[in-house]
Design a protein around this ligand. Sequence first.
Ligand SMILES: Cc1cc2nc3c(=O)[nH]c(=O)nc-3n(C[C@H](O)[C@H](O)[C@H](O)COP(=O)(O)O)c2cc1C
Length: 335
Amino acid sequence: MIKMSKTDANTGASLMHEEKKEVASPWPGPKGMIPVTSGQADDANLHNRAYLDSILVEMRIIDAIKPNLTTEIFGRKYSSPLTLAALSHLNKVLPDKSRKPMQEKVAVAKKMNVLNWIGMESDEDYMEMEKDAGDMIRIVKPFADHERIIKELQLAEKLGAVAVGMDIDHVPGENGDYDVVDGIPLGPLTFADLRRYVKATKLPFVAKGVLSVRDATKARDAGASAIVVSHHHGRIPFGVPPLKILPEIKKALKGSKMTIFVDGSLMSGYDAYKALALGADAVLIGRGILPELLKDGQAGTEAKIKKLNEELSQMMLYTGIPDTKSFDRSILHFE
Ligand SMILES: Cc1cc2nc3c(=O)[nH]c(=O)nc-3n(C[C@H](O)[C@H](O)[C@H](O)COP(=O)(O)O)c2cc1C
């Protein structure tokens, strides 16, 4: 899909690695705290974008009505199928230390009645956010220390999370070993471990970072109630676009009643529409709200979500989709 422009004349090998340059970060805060898209062929975000943009929609306007975006997730009603992805560490990135983007995001979700995801935060920071929050899903890292995982899952249950889960795609680091985040070792993660975490809580359990039918069916067999089809903003080089693999995963999970979320470079309501038409029950928006959240806080983020919802509604109206239970893959055309 992405055309490599340069190859070695003798071997035909890609010159990508020779040409790879460090990309200046557009984000505030310490280096590496907010991921940077390299724009090189191994960057899975690039493939997300190309795949999303290759999907076209037909129009079904006769009898179409203004759509209702209300969406039920884990038996609870939200104003939209757009949910706010886990974006950790943001309270550490702004020069203005009186600003707290994590709390601002929590406030946006509560006010707009959308589901909010919380990722790697200390228990103290999480408790602080939870005090004044609406519905949240707490995602725990695949720590090497299993007892730490159980403790964090159970704290979330006690604090009233609507679901808990794990970003299972954060086991490998960039050096081919298990990753270490903030000095805390991660992974590995076995099927038996996953089953143990699912059983450690009464809440629905979400396996976040599923990018194969194999992991999806393993998550189902381990007892997970939901998956996020995702590669976590391109953790795996050359990762298949989540939207591309979503239909196969959906088919494999048919009859399981599992909730299927998807994320990955969904920057507009039109992108979200394509994800929903391909079979997602709801979508996560991460970097699509990040600039507004960091720059203009709660007001800017609310305005962005309103715009995304308007784009989604517009596309639903153009294509005759009256509500979020009625998406239809046959509207999409693939180049
Ligand atoms: C700054 C930042 C921090 C993140 N922290 C977490 C985290 O702690 N846990 C997690 O599961 N995902 C985390 N993610 C991944 C997002 O939740 C999401 O899966 C990913 O960014 C893909 O969505 P997007 O393309 O809409 O950004 C983080 C993403 C960003 C940009």
